[in-house]
Design a binder for this molecule. Structure first.
Ligand SMILES: [Zn+2]
Length: 411
């Protein structure tokens, strides 16, 4: 299994599938089509059925049931794109056998080192087979590891027909990193009752709570006058914008929060005397607190409008996704089965809230409850990204074990 996982992963990692938030097509970039086409061929080659890719680049396939038991149809998903914030072109993965626990030279010419001094969790991988970058790109373990693990698990079940299972659906999706993954996902066509994204971090991660998320865009109009004759006339939009920011609680920001704490995050601040634009994201696990945060922004805008004039301030808030817990709690057994699968394999489940969203956050509200399983990678979205091939084996085994448990519990 390990060799197959490494080969598949490296093959997928070498295709540049960086997504692009500026693009309006789906997938947002041509490279994702290239990978989709490759995956369609590979799904057919291992013997999956109903292999399709639709006009938006969503790849789907079926592993038919080999039992007469009434087992629910379950799905596994992984995303094809890599993060826009770091280059995914010419990814050149390095394999380190029997990692010795010390510094890893990623790039000699540029002196780029992956060190346990900077990343303490690296030391825990002593003895593993690690896959790293060459220091100049991201790796794309997020989420090509997930794709390789699902593929390998399907191939394993096809090669071992003595393992009984219900119908399994798999999907490989575009543009997760730009928040559009589920936008054109055809839940009805997928036809699963529940699904799991294989898109989490280190060994044992199991997630079914995400933020409630919204973004806020504020535009403030000023009035520019020659500074020599500005008295009583000039209105400096930058200063009004600063007032807006200062009325938000300073400690409710990403750099001061963790665990279940929510925040306001000022993403960008662009301004001149004449006009200033503020872009925030708002995050909270609790729905009421989330609504209160949005109300707080409205209150501040209203008070500044009162002070400086109604037409000076516009505030636009859009919800982005909601905490999937609300949709997963009623089918809690799907989380329990994932938990049991990990325990059976000697993996300690690490259940924690996701301080972000996954495709599952949106899919759960589209009628497909979808918790998230670990894929195994570390340091996502940058040059220090790496993954243990040994833990990729564990992730593929968890997928197989979940499928087995659903069959065993069915009648
Ligand atoms: Zn991901």
């Amino acid at each position: 299994m390990k060799q197959e996982l490494i080969e598949r992963f490296i093959r997928y990692a070498k295709v540049n599938t960086q997504s692009d938030p500026e693009s309006s097509t789906c997938p947002s970039t041509q490279g994702q089509w290239e990978l989709a086409t490759m995956l369609v061929e590979e799904l057919k080659a291992i013997g999956m059925e109903d292999v399709t890719v639709d006009e938006n680049g969503y790849v789907m396939a079926t592993l038919p049931a080999n039992t007469d038991k009434n087992v629910p149809v379950i799905g596994f998903l992984a995303h094809m794109d890599t993060a826009p914030e770091f280059t995914g072109a010419n990814v050149n993965p390095q394999i380190i056998e029997q990692y010795d626990g010390g510094d890893i030279m990623l790039n000699k010419e540029q002196g780029i080192i992956l060190s346990p001094n900077d990343f303490p969790e690296l030391a825990g991988y002593k003895g593993h087979t690690l896959i790293t970058t060459d220091g100049t790109t991201l790796l794309g373990a997020d989420d090509k590891a997930g794709i390789a693990e699902i593929m390998t698990a399907m191939n394993y079940l096809i090669q071992h027909p003595e393992i009984k299972h219900g119908k399994v659906r798999v999907a490989f999706t575009p543009d997760e990193e730009i928040g559009r993954g589920p936008h054109k996902f055809d839940v009805a066509k997928f036809g699963a009752q529940f699904a799991y994204t294989v898109d989490g971090g280190p060994l044992g991660e199991l997630e079914y709570e995400s933020f409630n998320a919204a973004e806020a865009k504020i535009t403030i109009k000023g009035k520019n006058v020659h500074p020599g004759t500005a008295k009583g006339k000039m209105i400096n939009s930058i200063k009004i914008a600063m007032e807006f920011q200062q009325q938000l609680p300073a400690d409710e920001a990403p750099e001061h929060t963790e665990g279940y704490e929510g925040f306001y995050h000022l993403l960008s601040f662009q301004g001149s005397v004449e006009e200033t634009k503020l872009h925030y994201i708002i995050r909270d696990f609790d729905r009421e607190q989330f609504e209160a945060r949005k109300a707080k922004m409205n209150e501040i805008a209203a008070s500044l409008a009162q002070k400086y004039g109604n037409d000076r301030i516009t505030l636009e808030i859009n919800d982005q996704y909601y905490n999937m817990r609300e949709k997963i709690e009623p089918v809690r057994h799907i989380v329990d089965i994932a938990h049991e699968a990990m325990t059976n394999l000697g993996i300690e489940p690490k259940v924690k809230p996701i301080r972000g969203g996954t495709d599952g956050s949106q899919l759960s509200y589209m009628g497909l409850p979808t918790p998230n399983l670990f894929a195994g990678g570390e340091n996502f979205h940058g040059r220090y990204e790496y993954i243990s091939a040994d833990n990729m084996v564990k992730a593929a085994e968890v997928i197989v074990e979940i499928i087995k448990l659903f069959e065993q519990k069915a009648s």
